[in-house]
Design a protein around this ligand. Sequence first.
Ligand code: 3H9
Length: 674
Amino acid sequence: MPMISTARHGDVLVVTVDNPPVNALGTAVRRAIGEAVTSAQADAGIVATVIGGAGKLFSGGADITEFGKPGGEPGLPELCDAVEASAKPVIAALHGTCFGGGLELPLSCHGRVAAPSARLGLPEVKLGLLPGAGGTQRLPRLVGVARALDMIVSGDPIGADAALAAGLVDRVVPEAELLAGAVAFARDAAARGAPRRTGEREAQGGVAAVDAFTAAKGRALGGRDAPAACIRAVRGAVELPLADGLAQERRLFVDLLGGAQSKALRHAFFAERAANKIEGLPADAKPLKVERVGIVGAGTMGGGIAMTFLSAGIPVTMVERERGALDRGVALIRSNYERSAKRGRFTPDEVEAAMGRLTPVLEFDALHDCDLVIEAAFELLEVKTEIFGRLDRICRPGAILASNTSYLDIDAIAAATSRPGSVLGMHFFSPANVMKLLEVVRGARTEPAVLATAMALAKRLGKVAVVSGVCHGFIGNRMLNPRQAQANALILEGAAPEDVDRVMLEFGMPMGPFQMADLAGLDLGWTAETSKGETVRDILCERGRRGQKTGKGFYDYDVDRRRTPSDEVKAVIAEVAARQGVARRTIGDDEIRERLLYSMVNEGAKILDEGIAQRASDIDVVWINGYGWPATTGGPMFWAESVGFDRVAAGLARHRDRLGDAGEPSPRLLSRSA
Ligand code: 3H9
């Protein structure tokens, strides 16, 4: 299959990259572009070249699947240098995604014309890399050091208008006129004489801008190798001649590419894409249309889920039993939107448009015309089966009924309806409008098209979806349970809650188990009537220490929610340990880390043994996107592999007596460790 096509538009050669799905700049593409640019130089009938992309985008950048393999010639850096050196102008025609090498190639061109759909960015940092084909040298020379650092270190793209304002593109033309606009621009450039080369410019802002950026942002970048390397490379753009800056960029890129962090982040990238693929789904399982969504429950979860749909332009009917709860739910949605608008994430018009798509109601009957209804009511099976029975009677045949349950049996819920094939779990993570993960729970009878609909919808919502089978807690919470059990055991045995949390923070988790408990509320699922006063949690709740919302839980909190360890909690822990006859001892960080993380990995392996997750990398996607597991370690299963399954198995055996059921090794883990 030809990976580029060429056509003459009079005296301008048009090269179109045509390498679906993302016009990646693999070896064959690079070679073809290089040959086309060379041939244009030798052709007296050609005055300039335009490079564009076929389909929906210009290019997603270098072909990531080629990383770590012997590179074919020319490499992307050499191609960019050759394009920049061309004696006749080369102009980029940009639309859709222009990422990574898909922006570095345009940066080495002598002009850039963009359509409004263009999104320009250097996301390499998200793969643990830096732009390694001249991006760190040419972008600062084009848009100035400050702007370039923002783009390179965040990895976030900018739109066509912002790119025009920044000087990154020379002209924005209507979508339909992109090719003609670029050809005309190329012809004008040729008429002006020698091409304008980005590499010959000076980067505005100088070292002062690098230092200012480091002072402002440096601390927030801790723990990751790539951002620091990005900053160092950009500094080269102001301190070194182009050739030396490029050489330094190259060295830094190669170092990052060989490092553990980039390997893990690239694993995470492909894991996310693999998660989208459902094993055994017939090819004719096409997604059903979803034009209106119903949500049962206007609490924190229901409201967050509603926002997710409203922001994606999908109308929502939200039902609650009582007027007060409904009004509070609507007010919370509005205040969340307004807070986001203050931070610049939405314009006031967008907030009003989103709120305009929301229909709050008190009658279930109003859900009759919804294509999908998501139940986000109280987490009790009886409550859910009653609701699903009602939904089944009200909703049109074929409408999908989903539960946001985080633990309960989807098959039991489906059995309360006459349409178990249309029932599945859609487990959002709190706050649902922010967290990227969606666990799609496939019931025993969920129809393929219903599953395909949920997966396609996740993409529309900007979520990362992972399919899970039915079990208590599905993939994520099921693995959280042994970790929490170990955390609880460790504090009785002598570790302080703050030490357990610290070990997890040092590992790279956004928070430790006790911080998380305080944030969620210790009284989640606890009632004074049923409390036995036996566990640490029971006693803390009885004493009004119910977490951050009450100003104290495992920690004491000040008005700014800063936490300090509590002597009262330590006394409670010692009291419970004494009552249970648990001997207290000094516990080292290694034991804390191993017991918390190895027990999770073991549970993950059991999840695979039972076929609950389709593949190990799906578990990684769940933990990175739902619980903030550090992506630089690739997720729990990738991390276990890099630690060595034999070490994990040996650790489980070492702590066997203290781990209870969580220590029973999974057959898969044992076979991998052998
Ligand atoms: C770079 O450029 C390095 C240089 O600085 C230096 C080099 C020396 N390569 O995401 P999707 C596949 S680093 C290979 O579902 P979307 C992806 O795996 C690169 N494959 O589509 C999937 O395959 P499958 C910097 C790639 O429309 C399919 O394409 N660039 C690449 O939602 C569809 O992907 C980046 O970091 C690639 N570069 O989003 C961009 N990209 O169907 C990374 C995608 O088999 N890519 N695939 O599962 C993205 O951000 C998104 O994929 C993109 C499309 C926005 C392009």
